[in-house]
Ligand binder design. Structure first.
Ligand code: CU
Length: 117
């Protein structure tokens, strides 16, 4: 009987550990430059339950490690759209987007960056 109880405790603790294991999600954003990267990484890292954030400017994909018990992918995407950027199928928050520096705004961004080269 003691053994069964022990196995039961072991099972529960294993499940608890599994539930706390961070998940990783990749989200396509509309980031343009280093400033966008810093801004997005800062705001997403601020979301409760997010463990790690990295945005690759080459393909604009943000890789986020998060605790699925504390935060959902939708909340992470919302932090991105609230910052003024697209997140996968979700459209950016226009008001936040309009407050971004012009080089970071979606349409102007590509042209401004090309002009500097
Ligand atoms: Cu930018």
């Amino acid at each position: 009987m003691k053994k069964i109880a022990f196995l039961f405790v072991l099972l529960i603790s294993t499940l608890t550990v599994l539930a706390d294991t961070p998940k990783t999600v990749k989200i396509k954003t509309s980031a343009n430059c280093e400033m966008c990267k810093a801004r997005l990484e800062k705001n997403v890292a601020f979301v409760k339950g997010v463990k790690d954030v990295n945005l690759d400017l080459a393909d604009k994909v943000m890789t986020v490690s998060y605790n699925p018990k504390k935060v959902t992918v939708d909340k992470i995407k919302k932090a991105i759209t609230d910052t003024g950027y697209d997140a996968d199928e979700l459209q950016k928050n226009e008001e936040s987007h309009s407050k971004l520096p012009s080089c970071c705004q979606k349409k102007a961004g590509a042209m401004v960056h090309e002009a500097h080269q």
